[in-house]
Design a protein around this ligand. Structure first.
Ligand SMILES: CC(C)(COP(=O)(O)OP(=O)(O)OC[C@H]1O[C@@H](n2cnc3c(N)ncnc32)[C@H](O)[C@@H]1OP(=O)(O)O)[C@@H](O)C(=O)NCCC(=O)NCCS
Length: 195
């Protein structure tokens, strides 16, 4: 049985939701039209918040399967991985919920990494960005990515990087990400059959 420490600063969330109230949205204002933020996402039935254990039942895993192969994850496996992530304090998985249907319709992960370089700095990676296919084209992709991008800055990261398919380069460029000349290659070694 999984026991959640309700006294922790993160409580029922993967990370402290108060962090999302303190982001500087003025930094990304030009990228959003109409202007929305994670606390004012444009529709009263949308909420942007940290991942919760209950999101297993709200279709979080099914949403990820629109991104890549997920496999059959049981609720117990989900809980165990969630608790392991929460314990490290390095995972900021952020979701968009449609509260009308209690369904997770968007997600993005900020993963932070402690470094010795850059003065014992903190580096950020953007992972697992997905919006439910019936909700695409409404700026929710921009909203969830910008939320974790600002969050990375807020928690003190010196940079954030991502890997993406070629066709998504315009999407990420439209919200401030840049291909750095001479430093824009992504290389891979795979240890499992990707099929
Ligand atoms: C990528 C994704 C998250 C975008 O979500 P979305 O809610 O549709 O994005 P937005 O509505 O904020 O779109 C912003 C812009 O990106 C463009 N765009 C979005 N998805 C695109 C795609 N797959 N290819 C090319 N352009 C795309 C839109 O046309 C839009 O352009 P505009 O502002 O000029 O009109 C969504 O398409 C998705 O979940 N795709 C499948 C999973 C995936 O590929 N994730 C990314 C992994 S790196």
């Amino acid at each position: 049985m999984v026991i959640i420490n309700k006294m922790s600063s993160t409580g029922e969330y993967l990370y402290d939701p108060k962090l999302l109230s303190n982001l500087d949205w003025n930094l990304v204002r030009p990228y959003l039209s109409p202007f929305v933020t994670c606390t004012e996402p444009g529709e009263s039935w949308l909420i942007v918040r940290p991942l919760q254990l209950e999101d297993y039942k709200k279709g979080f895993v099914q949403l990820l399967s629109q991104l890549t192969a997920v496999g059959n994850i049981t609720e117990k496996e989900f809980e165990s991985q969630y608790m392991a992530m929460q314990k490290t304090g390095q995972y900021y998985i952020t979701v968009i919920e449609d509260t009308r249907s209690k369904t997770i319709i968007g997600a993005a992960s900020l993963v932070t990494e402690l470094k010795f370089i850059h003065g014992c700095g903190l580096r950020a990676k953007l992972e697992d960005v997905v919006v439910n296919n019936t909700y695409r084209g409404k700026q929710l992709g921009k909203l969830i990515v910008l939320t974790v991008t600002l969050l990375a800055k807020h928690v003190g990261c010196y940079k954030m990087t991502l890997d993406c398919k070629d066709n998504l380069i315009p999407f990420y460029k439209s919200i401030g990400y840049k291909l750095e000349p001479g430093n824009a290659n992504s290389m891979t070694v795979r240890y499992e059959d990707p099929s």
